[in-house]
Design a protein around this ligand. Structure first.
Ligand SMILES: [Zn+2]
Length: 243
């Protein structure tokens, strides 16, 4: 008989209660409707004719419940403000994010060992996000980077809190922990180590056209943020300076 799972810590009860009604009644039940008059027909919108449409409101949500399995220590480490990686005892490859088994074919899926890593690294590559899915819109514009933690051979995808025009490949960063940690990669972010200057030949700065395009696109994002949320450009710039 399988041994019973012993729960040693439970921070999930409030969210389980919140979702109890959904679990019992199910999703997809229609909660209400409205009638909307809108344009219809082929061709251009301005040539359309008005029709009555019925719009229904049917809430739909999903509460995922899944295990981090044998990499649980990494995510519990984020909550406890410690960054863990794993090391292969055969080839010494260091993984962060961790892997439970070595990926090197020569090591024949050797089991790795947990090691604590420093809260320092460097930018391996990056993207500037000027638009996003709903959940991240208020964070715009932001930089997502693959950061290679010092001592690791792989790279961790995290946010770098900095002006998008200042990011560059090879930039040294420090890893910081957010206040309200829940056990996922959003619990951490990186900030540039102070005193670095952007190299003139960095991918954003080696020709003026690229940085001009980025600045123009950033202005469009600021205009969107202002219109949608009332967020001002100056408020966004303050987020980067506060770090
Ligand atoms: Zn190995």
């Amino acid at each position: 008989m399988a041994e019973e799972v012993r729960i040693i810590e439970d921070k999930a009860t409030p969210i389980k209660k919140e979702w109890e009604e959904y679990a019992r009644k199910g999703n997809w039940t229609v909660k209400g409707y409205e009638m909307v008059r809108a344009l219809s027909g082929p061709g251009r919108i301005e040539d359309g004719e008005e029709e009555d449409f019925m719009v229904i409101y049917r809430p739909h949500g999903v509460l995922y419940r899944h295990s981090y399995g044998l990499v649980s220590k990494f995510f519990k480490g984020l909550i406890d403000k410690t960054l863990y990686g794993t090391k292969c005892p055969v080839c010494n490859t260091v993984y962060c994010p961790p892997r439970v088994h070595c990926w090197n074919p020569k090591c024949r899926v050797a089991e790795t060992e947990w090691i604590e890593l420093p809260l320092r690294g460097k930018v391996h590559t990056f993207s500037v996000m000027l638009f996003s899915a709903d959940a991240f819109l208020e964070m715009l514009p932001f930089v997502l980077a693959y950061v290679q933690i010092n001592g690791a051979d792989t790279a961790l995808p995290i946010q770098v809190v900095t002006a998008p025009t200042d990011i560059f490949v090879g930039q040294k960063v420090r890893i910081k922990f957010r206040e309200n940690r829940k056990g996922d990669l959003m619990d951490i972010y990186a900030v540039p180590v102070k005193g670095q200057t952007t190299p003139e030949d960095s991918c954003l700065h080696r020709n003026n056209r690229d940085i001009e395009h980025l600045n123009r696109d950033l202005e469009n994002t600021y205009a969107f943020l202002n219109k949608r949320f009332g967020i001002k450009k100056a408020e966004v710039e303050r987020r980067w300076k506060a770090k």
